[in-house]
Design a protein. Structure first.
Ligand code: AMP
Length: 395
């Protein structure tokens, strides 16, 4: 669903950056790599900033600044070389991002990153704008943690405020004995976020893109499955009643507007039994739940992100064919090689994505498979069969 900007939008005209312009990307992981691949296909130059010399995006970018994420000189160098700067992670140094914004356009704006990189700031933002979230409290001390749990009821999840993703920095509290493990997360980096465990029927994700002119393009609702807090499978269409899908998409669009987002936003949701939808988490960047868009949509989430940050019209978000994605996570530590590729690709509707990470460790995202199919269930069956045929063996 693509929507033109409101005609009365009181916004300054935004300059369009055409092919040949340089896009600076903070973060050189797989998202930066897939973003760089699409940007280069469209004729842009890409400069990546990442401390790892072997970062996946470095291999496909025009230039790679190997420096720490909080290195002001590296950010100054990025600003000097780029016509626009964007991010593949929201956990960036805000002072550095603001310093870059003083020198060149930064999209999304650091104010958006400030909300989305901090769990309680994000929840407060969502609640203040009337978006539905699971019951939650902040807890800045062990005593406050006890109070929060007493108020919310068990079971609860306790989450660190910053840099917690893929289920890291989370403790589930089923009974009072679990409290010390939660308190051990520590309070030094700010209050912990305590949430009641929501009895969701399924998890959903909606990707929405928003241009600097306020134009919005929303992808179909995807059904997601997590394992141990980490995204495992995605299938689309989610095959929901129309009213539920419209509510999920409407929420994503309203959140993007409330954030004054320029870029792509992933909104992770919980679907409850009676069709109620709660917002779990926001990611103001391309997201693992949107990898299926590469094969299954007219405009991939990465090409769409390029369009938004460069001030171009948004691309169509229609689903061309049902699709499913399964992540390929590391099992071993050290160097690995992928086996079973011939078997996995024996199904011609399966695509393989390998991120080129030199080192593996358990649960590290090393690649994914996407399958197209006659239905979401058929695509999921194909993607699962392909993933089951693949193995990361020690090299
Ligand atoms: P998060 O890092 O907050 O996105 O959490 C990772 C995963 O943990 C989610 O995708 C859910 O599967 C699960 N989870 C997080 N918060 C809750 C909650 N309040 N209720 C139930 N499951 C949750």
């Amino acid at each position: 669903m693509t929507r033109a900007p409101a005609r009365d939008a009181a916004r300054p005209p935004t300059g369009v950056l055409g092919p040949g312009a340089a896009i600076g990307v903070v973060g050189g992981g797989q998202l930066g790599r897939m973003l760089a691949l699409d940007a280069r296909r469209m004729g842009y130059r890409v400069v990546v900033l990442d401390p790892a010399a072997d970062a996946p995006a470095g291999a496909v970018a025009d230039a790679h600044l190997v420096a720490a994420f909080d290195d002001p000189d590296a950010h100054a160098a990025l600003a000097a070389r780029a016509d626009v700067v964007t991010f593949e992670v929201e956990h960036v140094d805000l002072d550095a991002a603001r310093a870059v914004a003083a020198r060149c356009p930064v999209r999304p704006h650091p104010a958006t990153l400030a909300v989305c990189q901090h769990r309680s700031r994000e929840k407060t933002f969502l609640a203040r704008h009337g978006f539905p979230v699971a019951p939650w409290r902040e807890a800045g001390s062990p005593a406050a943690l006890e109070d929060a749990i007493a108020a919310l009821g068990l079971p609860c999840l306790v989450k660190i405020p910053y840099a917690g993703y893929d289920g890291r920095g989370q403790v589930r509290i089923e009974r009072a004995d679990d409290l010390p493990a939660a308190a051990a997360l520590g309070f030094a980096r700010g209050p912990l976020v305590v949430e009641r465990v929501v009895p969701f029927v399924t998890e959903l994700a909606v990707l929405v893109a928003r241009g600097a002119d306020g134009a919005v393009a929303t992808y179909p609702v995807a059904r997601t499955t997590h394992r141990d807090g980490i995204l495992h499978e995605v299938s689309v269409p989610a095959e929901l009643p129309d009213a539920v899908a419209a509510r999920a998409q409407g929420l994503a669009e309203s959140i993007a507007s409330a954030l004054d987002l320029v870029g792509v936003l992933a909104v992770e949701l919980f679907l409850l039994e009676r069709g109620e939808v709660l917002v779990n988490e926001l990611a103001p960047r391309p997201h693992n739940s949107g990898h299926y868009t590469i094969e299954a949509c007219a405009t991939s989430q990465f090409a769409q992100h390029v369009r938004t940050v460069c001030g171009l019209p948004l691309g169509a978000t229609d689903l061309l064919r049902p699709a499913a994605m399964v992540n390929l996570l590391g099992e071993h530590r050290g160097r690995v090689r992928l086996t079973g590729v011939e078997d996995a690709l024996a199904d011609p509707l399966v695509s393989l994505h390998v991120y080129g990470k030199a080192e593996s460790w358990p649960r590290r995202k090393l690649g994914h498979v996407t399958a197209l199919g006659a239905s979401a269930a058929d695509a999921l069956r194909r993607a699962r069969a392909a993933a089951a045929a693949l193995r990361w063996e020690p090299a």
